[in-house]
Design a protein. Sequence first.
Lengths: 353, 277, 282
Amino acid sequence: MSKRGEVRLEGVGKTFGETRVLREVDLEIRPGEFFSLLGPSGSGKTTTLRIIAGLETATEGFVHLDGKDATLLPPGDRDVAMVFQSYALYPHMTVAQNIAFPLKMIRTPAAAIDAAVREAATRVSIEHLLQRRPGQLSGGQQQRCALARAIVRQPALFLLDEPLSNLDAKLRVETRVELKRLQRSLDVTTVYVTHDQEEAMSLSDRMAIFMDGRMVQVGTPEEVFRHPATVQVAGFLGNPPMNLMPATLAGGRASVAGLSFKAPQLASLGTREVTLGIRASALEFADEGLPGTVTLCEVLGEEIIVDLDVGGQLLRVKSLQRERIPEGTRVHARIDTARLHVFDRTSGARLEP
Amino acid sequence: MLAPGLLVLVATTTFPLLYLFWQSTQNINLAMPGMGGYIGAENYVRMWEDRRFWAALSFTSVYTVVTVALQLVFGMAMAMLILRIPRAQWAFRVAAILPIVLAPVVVGLFWRTLMLTPDFGIVDYASRSLGLGSHNWLGDPDLARFSVIAIHTWQWTPFVFLYLLAALAALPEDLYEAAKIDRANAWRRFVHITLPLLRPAIVVVVILRMTVALSAFAAIYAATGGGPGTSTEIINLYAYRVSFAELSLGYGAAAAVVLLVITMVVAGLLFRLRRAA
Amino acid sequence: MRPRTGGALRNALLMTVAALLLLVWTVPILLAVVTSLKNEKEVLAYPPTLVFEPTLKNYAAVLTDATSILPNLTSSLIIALATTMLTILIAVPAAYAIARLRLPGKQPVGFYVLATQLVPPIGLIIPYFLILNRIGWMDSYQGLVVIYITFSLPFAIWLLVSYFEDIPREMEEAALLDRASRWQAFWHVVLPQARGAIAVTVIFVFLNSWNEFLFAVVLGGATVKPVTVAMYNYINTEQTQWAQLSAAALLAMLPVILLGVLAQKHIVKGLTTGAVKGVGRR
């Protein structure tokens, strides 16, 4: 594992004029990690990235890079490379000149530049495009050019701001895999911003989830998926999104959508109003369970996703049964109570029985 | 990087204006240098009572409004016309550029001599051939006013034409297709789609042309010098003549201040309009 | 089926109207060209003749006479070039700084610059006249160039700021991350992309300087007389010398006409970006 690229954010916050876009971010990124910043638009994840890069200055808190206080350090002194969402390629320079630019700025001798440019280009498979201009490249090629420009310097920290969002769906999935391989082969600490939860889950060693300018949870993909810290996080991760229903707990039973069922493991939570969460894959069709009527059935090939109307509440069920269930059919959905999530109704915080 | 530019900017604009205000409260007569001094608002009072000033003000308004209106109408009509003849567009571009790049003083001189001279000017020749007789285009007060407006309109309509041509060309095709499907005829399409979409461009071009019309000088100076008498004197010219012909700089400064205020007010109103667009 | 003839007739009508319009806007200049090639006698012939023996005598006279406009052409050139170069040198960095500045006061500054463009020149003439007189710079190159810069600069800055704002910030940020200094980012990344904008600005500043009349006539004199003022040599006398006037005027306008025709794409582009303040000066 690389020893460089450790990032530590302490109480970082950012205010633009009147608006506070980021608050109380405490984060630690370990060297060599692939770390994602995940969240919906406007949640503060890009701001956080830009603060790490030095393109924005935190209005509160501190930024430490490799143990040194870098809060006020200009971006050029941070040994950080960034791939922008728009790629930010220099249109008047060739691909080779674009990639060479960072080396030119630190006055690397010409021969060394050539070799480095060639190597970086080959790593991302664009060595045949070196004499073209960005305007002549496809979206995917432009993105690789931006990548090459970032890796040519062998930086300590690699920052990516939604680099795949401008690509079409198929290309996105292919490039995703390549990105991960690239990161592993270079062994460089990477911070990755995205709003696509599947992307973050697939790529990250660990991730931080942002909502409304706050960091609400940090953990490995398994941790955040299986133990979401808030209702918002629960609803954000997973496809289809987790089913969330208002419910009442009392005396070891849960009442939801007019039905009541035994939930002894939740008895310790006492009597309260909660939000119950259950993933579509944790429900299955059976003879007993929550009764509902099918309103929609999506056939995806390997599985089906069924929308159920359960007492006015929408419940989604994912089933590996591959035959279509016609609309209007009355069915029962059994809950795997071991995979029930409980959140406090008012605060949205996770409750552990 | 910013410092020198900003400094020059502020210095060169604020300072002279302040000086101008100051001068307008002075009596500066270059013919009698010893007699100068602070006279407060006296220059303004004098202006208020000067019929020549009011005539200049009235003509300035007429001049500005008429020429901008004409420029707009002609420019728009030409733009719509030429849009339909793509092959002629390059010829029109070149023909439109020429009046715009010529110095206004040269335009004024050309019109004064080649075009409008009685008997020999081509406009006079044309009017005679059409049976309208020969006229003193620049010597008769009413005709002179008309001529001066025509000259300004001639020089600047191409600007409006080019501007609106570009704006029209940028309008999205699909709106028109949708309208055609909804059975709107050509006039309806113009009124309900073209005009509203062009509104921001029209407002901008009106602002630009109005401010240029208000500060017109060289062309009128060259064509009539403000005459005959004072019939084609816009305030700009009035201020100049008073300052430099009569050497009464304080009074001229006051006239300039008045013009400045008018320009600011008009521009302010128009900008308000633009914001609302 | 729509009859074909309707369309053809309509086209013919449109073409005719278009041709007439073209005529209206080119006649004065064509007339000037024709007149400049005529003998003075022929100029005043009635009815005006279209067929004649062209002569270059007028051009020769205008250039070599006692009242040759050659020195005036030179004056205009010096002033226009100096003004343009200095204006660009100051305006480009300033506009860049303004475009990139995240000052809260940016809106009012922008409006202020705009407002300065609206000041009628007559308002500035009087103070400048008095000031130049005081410091002895009347009728001098430095005086005139400095004054010209005062009205070219806000205009140039205004033009350039909107172009600079259009260049995405991210490119400079990428350069900064690549260890470029602010200046290097400007020089290597921003400037090459602003080439078009700078060209347009140069053209307009040069045009406005060359065509300037009011400031030239008031603040210039016997030594520094740009060619726009020199036109008047040909109108003084009772007998206006039309042919020579036309020749002189066309020579005087030659640079701007050439500029206009050769750079028309740039000019049109400059005119039609919403940020352009009036191209024409009084």
